[in-house]
Design a protein around this ligand. Structure first.
Ligand SMILES: Nc1ncnc2c1ncn2[C@@H]1O[C@H](COP(=O)(O)OP(=O)(O)OP(=O)(O)O)[C@@H](O)[C@H]1O
Ligand SMILES: [Mg+2]
Ligand SMILES: [Mg+2]
Length: 540
């Protein structure tokens, strides 16, 4: 037995890098619960704010949310609209006549005694989400993940264990928050696909503005079902973030392979549900012992009857989906790299307070157009890459560093103004280095003046004031003099020899840096690099 275990550990190299073994095929399906950010709860007029007022338990509740006898559910149509947006974006078949069912179980944070969900006739089914090799970093060119069904249901309350008093307290702020449960087919065959799907689905719900999609708060919760070859599935729950999902999948795959190799495969014949402790999966229950939920149609709620007008209307109003936007940014006239196109398309949640990808994309597109027409007007060569380089790398870098929002910047440095800066760089009034200095200065002074409306920005005046004019057409003797001076100052034969031989090509950047310092950035770095190479007779 021990031999088998060592054998497996060796082959899948568990200690360093996780590897799937070809003879043990991974099969995996996901169930994802997503809280909808509607104004009100699913069946009541309570505010739907499960994460605000954490210090006020049972604050966002109505008589219905706390299950007072005699209260009745009233369906919130906004939740239907959100479910319709998501179903259409996932190319699902819409059920024009779905209904709600009661799923009975007893738990303290579910005082009704049942959860209102959709069991017999869910909202939509048979959709798909396509993953792409380049866009989603998967191995295959494309991979379709099928969506088996999508249903609307209510969230439960929360049980909070109070260790000081040794009692469990119930908070019903989350009770009756609208949820969508989306179930995929068992189509995943490796971890990259699982990671890619979760990220893509999260980005989609954010893009459709139907959920925050945050895993950390529990606004999005992922259950992973795993099996190997033809054994039964194991359902994994309590996976609070992407790294626990990945670790749990790796752990569970290895556990199941070990069991099969140790001759314990029979124990994998029955489906079970396991939880993730942070370091291992532990059995919660077996699927057979699951209680009978005694599903029954909810008699207090009418069917959700849709007309094709409503469905078509929502379809027409869907925003362009992130993949399509990303692909169009990589084509004419923008021809962005995949990396830059993704930055303008995919929600970067961590810096959401400074800019959203939608704002940033709009700023980029407007600047691109303004710069293009300025170039035409001034008969200047249009450098297609300039707007992306300066917005995604320079501007964004400064926003992050100075902690200022794109929204505030837009008021003083509009895309039209930014295009003027780009024109000054492309017609060589400003060197790259001086352009960077000027941009940083402008942003900094906006910040210092708290973005108060002041004198309109005039780049030419600022260039004069700070003497930032690029030194154009520098005499080559002038350049050579500066370079010779630096070589003498540096006085490091070893470094010079390593540059000449090509052993340390990068050291030339150090010399260029010194030259830029002396010329205060007013001469292009490339000019210095060429001169150094000439003086040192570099042949690489
Ligand atoms: N052999 C298998 N291996 C891995 N995953 C599987 C396998 N068979 C089914 N699945 C996945 O298991 C999941 C089943 O989810 P579904 O919601 O239908 O049932 P459930 O887990 O019993 O219900 P509940 O919502 O009460 O948890 C799907 O994501 C499906 O793709
Ligand atoms: Mg399940
Ligand atoms: Mg399920």
């Amino acid at each position: 037995m021990l031999m088998f275990r060592r054998n497996y550990a060796k082959r899948c190299n568990t200690s360093s890098k996780f590897k799937l073994l070809p003879e043990y095929k991974l099969k995996c399906g996901l169930e994802i619960h997503t809280q909808l950010k509607t104004e009100n709860k699913l069946f009541s007029l309570s505010t739907n704010s499960p994460f605000s007022d954490v210090d006020k338990p049972n604050y966002h509740t109505s008589f219905f949310d706390v299950s007072l006898p005699g209260t009745q559910p009233i369906l919130n149509p906004e939740a239907i609209l959100f479910a319709l947006r998501l179903s259409l974006a996932l190319q699902c078949k819409i059920n024009m006549n779905s209904h709600f069912d009661r799923k009975h179980y007893f738990y303290g944070d579910q005082p009704l005694g049942y959860q209102i969900t959709q069991h017999y006739s869910p909202f939509s089914n048979t959709g798909k989400l396509r993953l792409f090799k380049d866009l989603d970093s998967i191995e295959e060119q494309t991979k379709d993940i099928s969506v088996i069904q999508l249903q609307i249901e209510q969230d439960t309350g929360k049980s909070v264990y109070d260790s000081a008093d040794s009692i469990t307290k119930i908070d019903l702020n989350r009770s009756n928050v609208p949820l969508i449960e989306m179930v995929t087919g068992p189509d995943f065959t490796d971890l990259k696909q699982i990671r890619a799907f979760i990220k893509k689905y999260q980005n989609l719900v954010r893009h459709l503005r139907i959920s925050t999609g945050d895993l950390e708060t529990g606004a999005m919760r992922v259950d992973v079902n795993i099996s190997i070859n033809d054994y039964a599935r194991v359902e994994l729950k309590n996976l609070p973030n992407t790294s626990s999902i990945a670790s749990a999948v790796k752990y569970e795959y290895s556990r199941q392979v070990n069991m099969i190799e140790n001759g314990e495969g029979d124990k994998l014949r029955n489906a079970e549900t396991r939880g993730w402790t942070g370091s291992e999966t532990v059995k919660l229950r077996s699927k057979e012992s699951i209680i009978d939920y005694r599903y029954m149609p909810d008699p207090e709620l009418p069917n959700i009857v849709l007309t094709s007008d409503v469905v078509d209307g929502v379809k027409d109003m869907l925003p362009v989906l992130p993949d399509d936007t990303c692909m169009s940014l990589m084509q004419e006239p923008y021809r962005l790299s995949l990396k830059d196109a993704k930055i303008l398309t995919i929600n970067s949640n961590s810096r959401d307070e400074l800019y959203t990808h939608d704002e940033l994309r709009k700023y980029y597109l407007d600047t691109f157009e303004a710069y293009r027409s300025l170039c035409e007007r001034h008969h200047q060569e249009f450098l297609r890459k300039l707007p992306a380089n300066w917005i995604i790398h320079e501007l964004l870098g400064n926003l992050n560093k100075m902690e200022i929002t794109l929204y505030e910047i837009c008021r003083s440095l509009s895309p039209e103004k930014f295009a003027e800066l780009l024109l000054l760089i492309s017609n060589k009034t400003l060197s790259n280095a001086s352009g960077k200095l000027l941009l940083a200065h402008v942003l900094n002074s906006f910040k210092e003046n708290s973005f108060a409306a002041g004198k309109p920005l005039n780049f030419l005046e600022l260039i004069d004031e700070f003497e930032l004019q690029a030194v154009a057409d520098v005499e080559s003797e002038g350049l050579e003099l500066i370079c010779e001076r630096i070589l003498a100052e540096v006085n490091n034969d070893k470094m010079i020899n390593d540059i000449k031989s090509g052993k340390k090509k990068n050291s030339i950047k150090f010399l260029v840096g010194q030259a830029m310092r002396i010329s205060q950035g007013r001469i292009e770095a490339l000019e210095f690099e060429t001169t150094f190479k000439k003086i040192l007779k570099v042949s690489w």
